[in-house]
Design a protein around this ligand. Sequence first.
Ligand code: ADP
Ligand code: MG
Length: 703
Amino acid sequence: MRPSLLDPLFRPLTSLKGAGKTMAPLIARLIGGDKVVDLLWHLPSGLVDRRFSPLIAEAPDGVVVTLTVVVEAHQEPPPRSPSPYRVVCRDASGFVTLVFFHGRARYLNDLLPVGETRVISGKVERFGGAPQIVHPTHVVPLAEAEAVCRVEPVYPLSGGVAGKVLARLIAQALDDIPDPAAWPDEWIDAPLKAREGWPGWIDALRAVHAPEEAEDLRPDHPARRRLAYDELLATQLALLLVRRAARTVRGRPIVGTGALRAKVLAALPFALTGAQSRSLAEIDGDMASPARMLRLLQGDVGSGKTVVALLTMLTAVEAGAQAALMAPTEILARQHIETLAPLCASAGVRLGLLTGRDKGRARAALLEALAAGEIDILVGTHALFQDDVVFAALAVVVVDEQHRFGVHQRLALSDKGRAVDVLVMTATPIPRTLTLTHYGDMDISRLDEKPPGRLPADTRVLPIDRLDDVIAAVARAIDGGAKVYWVCPLIEDSETGDMAAAVDRQALLADRLGPRLGPRVGLVHGRMKPGEKDAVMEAFSGNGLDLLVATTVIEVGVNVPSATVMVIEHAERFGLAQLHQLRGRIGRGGGRSTCLLLYAPPLGETARARLETMRRTDDGFEIAEEDLRLRGAGEVLGTRQSGLPVFRLIDPLLAEDLLAIARKQAEVIVETDPDLAGPHGAALRVLLYLFERDAAVRTLRSG
Ligand code: ADP
Ligand code: MG
């Protein structure tokens, strides 16, 4: 359980003054969380120095100043006039006019009563020599001057959240930090802290939220580095604890006879690539060892993960046990079955399929066969892990396209069988720097070599005003027997918008291509029911459709080997990784393929760099590194939905040295005090909870 010490920080945002029912969700969205603690992690990106308080006459143009003035007169504009409301103020040196557009007389009279002294802050501008301040940011009585006349942090903002509101909430959150005396000792190793000259945790937080000069905002400022280190340490410690928990469940050594593998390898029309053989050897080593396997197989689209998965599962079957293969969607589960069925048949291996759609008698029969050990390999979706799915002897689970799988799910998975080996496959090449931060609990194999003979897609980048040419080229390709994907623009925050664009495009293409060629133009989008989607995909993969207009639902893993052309509209709106995934859908049959990236000018610098990268290379790992460079680590992997840890205080790329230190320290901790029961244990537990790595704490014996 979370230490009660942290309770004030884990209250909902709505418990704060100024975060009501309407405001709280907007703020939650901005700061990436709905608890008080999330405010603490929202660090200033700038500052405004309001300490300069000259006389009016000496205030330079365009500079933020804080003035002490006496209110002289109000000039209310006539009704319905476009002129602003003006308030004239003065000090010993002259006059300044405060300008308020749409100013309300009542409010302004309260704020600035004639004859009173007020402290105001804002930027002075001169029009025809007369100084004025448009919408001063602060107007307070003399007694509150101190609150204004200081360096003010500036926070990243987004729609509907005002800077002042956010700053006030963050100030409250800082006040909510329990008294230093209540905290356990420092969780950072003392020599390290001394060497780096880091402040304590609370001092560091207070310091980052009260920058005094630009230097204080730099990521290498000691207070920022300390907080970044806290987060890295929490993450690495959590990953190592999870890893340890997964592994200390005594595994069963699984050693195959090689008999089934030999049959399947003989049935394959190709030899394994070097990368496939290497990965398999790593997997075999894991399975043969008594410790449990927790391995990530990374390989670009088309790098041949499926065969590796099958051969892995065959080892289990050879050893008299069962295997499961889990896909993220039903389409993909079916596709796996189609690929695996002939190969399994050649080796006499019994295959089963279980999806959420299976109900009633058929399902019951399948489960019975499974429990009786009459099914060797079960393929399916999340349905595989429902409670009533009982295996006779599950030895290995392969999870495909794991993208959305977090540490929690990895732990849950292995609960299914005693000491089940887990192989996770992802088509998202992950840059080396990020594998440690996100998959530090797993061992990693990389399929960094494509099967021979695969030609990279010929990729071209064109402005959208060439649409007519593109349609003509597509028509020619279809004439020549090609199948074409047409991917429609991604519209931000709007599933319906996506769909509308795709529907329009289908209508246009059917209209333009249909009469002459009679090609059949299909449509698939995220709003369709799974059954409808499957039907369309089947028609496209068979002979029913020549062109498929799609939103990004085709992104994940769908295999239509005969598709050789892809048009992506508004390619500039897609991320690199996404473009790469999409393009990976074509040219899977071995022939020449073409990818046309259409963009709407003008192109921003980053978008241009992305499209150029796509044109230049086909190597997923290279694209991933480039993506990371262009976007920063936060965006490459770290959304909450993905189930991967989110970094709040740090760009792991900018703190590689800290990451290495955190990893080292975490290793030492797990080695010397694996249950966090030692002198630093209490502090480390607080750290884990603070960064919401609760899953890791639950692995502790006295969690
Ligand atoms: P992934 O799942 O990694 O995207 P697949 O496993 O679907 O890739 O393999 C893509 C294609 O490459 C399949 O048609 C598969 O049969 C073929 N393939 C796999 N391994 C090899 C190999 N070693 N040599 C030639 N073709 C291969
Ligand atoms: Mg695959």
